[in-house]
Design a protein around this ligand. Structure first.
Ligand SMILES: Nc1ncnc2c1ncn2[C@@H]1O[C@H](COP(=O)(O)OP(=O)(O)OP(=O)(O)O)[C@@H](O)[C@H]1O
Ligand SMILES: [Mg+2]
Length: 447
């Protein structure tokens, strides 16, 4: 009996021991799972925090860039206006008779501003194509050093670099600077002759200057921010025929404005040829680019950049005075009829609505008699009614004067009024569509 009891007790003891061990195992497992979950949550929180910080940094950079861009454009407009005023003043002083015979208004209309670019030959008949690359060949870069290898995307910039990465960045920065140096050298060699009508190509391509107003060959643009090179345009090829109405569409940050700035001579590509009206803008030095812009192109921005102390008419006269040749096709009065502003010519900008001010800025651009009108979000600050009006006027200008119009917009509905629709995504052109029968602005949806 005693033996039986002892055996039973031992059995129960072992059972209790096994249960205790199992409980301990279970506890350890739960503890490990809890630790793993905590670690995972911590990692997730860290990743989210890092992502938020990177996004905030990206937004700050973008805001900073946009502010600088707006500042630059305002400076540019102010410079052009000052130059026009200076020319107009000089002309008025030169023509002013000793006595009070002529009315100042009349003097303003008849006086000829001094022609700054009078000696510049038109690039109508290029005789021969000089291959710039043969003259000063930029140092050839190895694949690892070319754009594809060196681009660091936004968002990655905030991760700390290893020593090896630091070295690579330094090498890339040097390669970027070296390319810029080479380009400056070729520019110095050819800028003047390009302005005088010679066709000079870096990529050995011959542009069709008779039919095409714009031809781009493998155009790349990158910015060096700190030690990082960020490629914004990744090899753009494009041909636009004279007199075309082009709309450039694409998501925010895709490179639309950068492309427009490069085609219009507000900014320069780091690689490739940008032929506009026969001039290779990639190889024009800054002062020659200014001449090109003054004589060949007009700009319309989202903000109208009118001079507030001048009337609508005087603002347009500033544009007229900037022109190399006076607008023979259209005088200021006719222009104000086209933009349907003839009743408001003597009002100051503060007395006009947004759409009316934008029409005056179109008038100012037209008074220069430009071959191309570049418009960056021209209806971006307008309501639907005024926006449609401005779009109609731009189309009228395109039809009536065969002015080529290149317009950047966020509004996908605008593609239906254009002859050609270029879609840009992530620094590349993803499609170029031809519109067989473009619609009228009144026929498209707006918002
Ligand atoms: N000067 C600069 N320095 C550094 N990065 C720049 C500079 N200019 C543009 N970028 C970058 O190039 C990219 C394209 O900019 P861009 O202004 O061309 O875009 P977008 O398509 O016009 O955008 P949105 O529709 O918002 O106007 C952006 O990521 C921008 O941050
Ligand atoms: Mg833009």
């Amino acid at each position: 009996m005693a033996l039986k009891n002892r055996q039973k007790a031992e059995k129960e003891y072992k059972k209790a021991q096994a249960a205790e061990k199992a409980a301990e195992r279970e506890y350890k497992r739960a503890l490990a799972a809890e630790k793993a979950a905590a670690k995972k949550a911590e990692q997730k929180a860290k990743a989210e925090k890092r992502q938020q910080a990177q996004e905030a940094a990206r937004k700050a950079r973008e805001a900073d860039r946009k502010a600088k861009e707006a500042e630059r454009k305002a400076r540019e407009a102010e410079k052009e206006a000052k130059e026009a005023e200076r020319q107009a003043n000089q002309a008025t002083v030169a023509k002013k008779p000793a006595k009070k015979t002529a009315k100042p208004k009349k003097a303003k209309q008849t006086a000829k501003p001094r022609k700054v670019a009078a000696k510049v030959a038109k690039p109508a008949k290029p005789k021969r194509v000089v291959k710039a690359s043969a003259l000063a060949k930029p140092k050839r870069l190895r694949k690892s050093e070319t754009e594809a290898g060196i681009i660091k995307k936004h968002g990655q910039a905030d991760k700390p670099y290893t020593k090896q990465q630091d070295k690579e960045q330094e090498k890339k920065r040097k390669a970027f600077k070296e390319r810029e140096k080479q380009l400056a050298k070729i520019t110095k060699l050819h800028s003047k002759e390009i302005l005088e009508g010679k066709v000079v190509s870096i990529s050995n391509n011959v542009p069709d200057v008779k039919d095409n107003i714009i031809e781009l060959f493998d155009v790349k643009k990158s910015y060096l921010t700190g030690d990082l090179e960020y490629e914004v345009l990744k090899g753009i090829d494009l041909k636009i025929k004279k007199g075309t109405f082009v709309v450039i569409l694409g998501p925010s940050g895709s490179g639309k404005t950068t492309l427009l700035n490069i085609i219009s001579g507000l900014d320069k590509a780091n690689q490739g040829d940008v032929f506009v009206s026969g001039y290779n803008l990639s190889l024009l030095k800054d002062s020659h680019l200014t001449k090109f812009r003054r004589d060949t192109v007009g700009f319309i921005f989202q903000q109208y950049n009118l001079l507030t102390n001048l009337t609508a008419r005087e603002n347009a006269e500033v544009g007229e005075n900037l022109a190399k040749t006076k607008n023979k096709a259209l005088g200021i009065d006719e222009i104000f009829k086209v933009i349907e502003m003839d009743e408001h010519m003597n009002k100051f900008p503060s007395q006009l609505s947004g759409g009316q001010q934008q029409r005056v800025s179109i008038g100012r651009a037209l008074a220069k008699n430009p071959k191309i009108l570049f418009c960056d979000e021209p209806t971006g600050a307008l309501d639907e009614e005024m926006g449609r009006k401005v779009l109609e006027i731009l189309l009228d200008v395109n039809k009536a004067f065969k002015t080529s119009i290149i317009m950047v917009t966020h509004n996908p509905n605008f593609q239906y009024v254009a002859d050609i629709v270029i879609s840009v995504k992530n620094g590349s052109i993803t499609s170029v569509k031809h519109n067989a029968s473009p619609k009228k602005p009144s026929e498209i949806n707006w918002g």
